[in-house]
Design a protein around this ligand. Structure first.
Ligand code: PGA
Ligand code: ZN
Length: 382
């Protein structure tokens, strides 16, 4: 594939905010946007969305590049480094870099007549298990009485993706009444005024599914304490509280139980958590290899969220996922709370063979990825 046409434009995400879409020849890809963004994420744009759009629309040096495989993304990054004298292509901005690389891969796939996931790994056979946000609180909620935790997650337990999708949809439908919800939040999860414990309690009755949560603890950590609606906990107390919830509600998946700098707190929690319980880093690791290495050294996590636009470089994403696999850390490829209709996340999860994919349950932005996963399952089986 030779890059002939390159164009970038601003489009609106599921929250109605502007994000970037990049077109390479006949293929387009876009980047999502987070709300509970980690402090250590790669900045979304170099100067601004406007600056990145202008740069991409006049980027002559990228035109004429020949790309045939995933590893050729190095040529794209090298061209960016050379033009702007950056030491690292990610300095260009995580969103434009990710959308550009993703559009290049889609165009390679299109010209070869293969699915996108096969450009990453044509031997991929496993569909990742979906982790679905069913009830929301924290920064993602517009309800003032919402629970402090950000996400209440369904982790289905069937073998096939088709069945897992069905389990998640049924759980989402059933939970509406259980949590007395009327409206959905940015991610299509139900908004509730119940407490975290009441939500977990309802979820323990779910059939063929385990219960998870994204505590997103940085979002309510202030001056050394965890500030809830009705209580304030110190670090030790927060660890005890999370352990109590894990035991009482048999939580299988716990993301960001402590704030984003507390590698040591994570490791003391992990050492006491029941076997098999996933202690997941998101804001802690921020999809950065250096932070993953630190988490490995300190034994802080046994699972990690990987958000493509928290990093920007798909080459680096691959290194991160390989490092996780080598160290028996489970990987969860994840959407953002502000999403576009791009479904590439599904192909990336299959191509990278991550263990899980977190991409919501309801609304068209989340369904785009889930439907694509169902389609890939059919492509792989046949
Ligand atoms: P986001 O958060 O708003 O940054 O996408 C989602 C998450 O914390 O997992
Ligand atoms: Zn998170």
């Amino acid at each position: 594939m030779i890059i002939k046409k390159l164009a970038a434009r601003a489009i609106r995400d599921s929250r109605g905010e502007f994000t970037i879409e990049v077109q390479v020849n006949r293929s387009r890809a876009s980047a999502p946007a987070g709300k509970s963004t980690g402090k250590h994420e790669t900045p979304a744009y170099h100067r601004s969305l406007k600056w990145n759009l202008a740069q991409l629309n006049s980027f002559q040096e990228l035109r004429g590049l020949t790309l045939a495989r995933f590893e050729d993304l190095e040529k794209v990054e090298e061209t960016i480094r050379r033009k702007y004298k950056f030491r690292d292509a990610r300095k260009f901005g995580a969103n434009p870099l990710f959308a550009l690389e993703c559009a290049c891969l889609k165009e390679i796939a299109r010209e070869k007549g293969v699915p996108l996931w096969a450009v990453l790994n044509d031997k991929a056979r496993k569909i990742p298990v979906p982790v679905g946000n069913a009830v929301g609180g924290g920064l993602h909620s517009h309800n003032r009485n919402a629970p402090t935790f950000q996400e209440f997650l369904v982790v289905p337990q069937a073998r096939s993706f088709r069945e897992n999708y069905e389990i998640m949809r049924n759980a989402h439908r059933w939970l509406k009444r259980q949590v007395r919800a009327r409206t959905k939040n940015d991610e299509g999860a139900w908004q509730t005024s119940l407490s975290e414990e009441e939500v977990f309690s309802a979820m323990t009755s779910l059939a063929r599914a385990r219960v998870g949560t994204d505590i997103a603890a940085s979002s309510f950590y202030s001056r050394g304490k965890y500030v809830y609606k009705n209580k304030v906990l110190r670090k030790r107390e927060q660890i005890e509280y999370v352990l109590k919830l894990i035991r009482e509600f048999k939580l299988f998946y716990v993301e960001d139980p402590l704030h984003e700098e507390d590698f040591e707190g994570f490791s003391s929690l992990l050492s006491r958590a029941p076997r098999g319980c996933m202690i997941v880093g998101d804001d802690l690791t921020a999809t950065q290899l250096e932070r993953l290495n630190r988490a490995i050294k300190l034994r802080s996590i046994n699972a990690m969220i990987v958000k493509p636009n928290q990093n920007g470089s798909l080459l680096e994403l691959k290194r991160i996922i390989e490092t996780c696999k080598k160290n028996r850390i489970k990987t969860i490829l994840s959407h953002r709370s502000g999403e576009t209709l791009d479904n590439a996340l599904a192909d990336l999860a299959v191509g990278f063979q991550t263990d899980y994919i977190k991409t919501g349950i309801s609304t068209k932005w989340r369904e785009a990825k889930l439907k694509r996963l169902a389609e890939i399952e059919r492509e792989i089986v046949n």
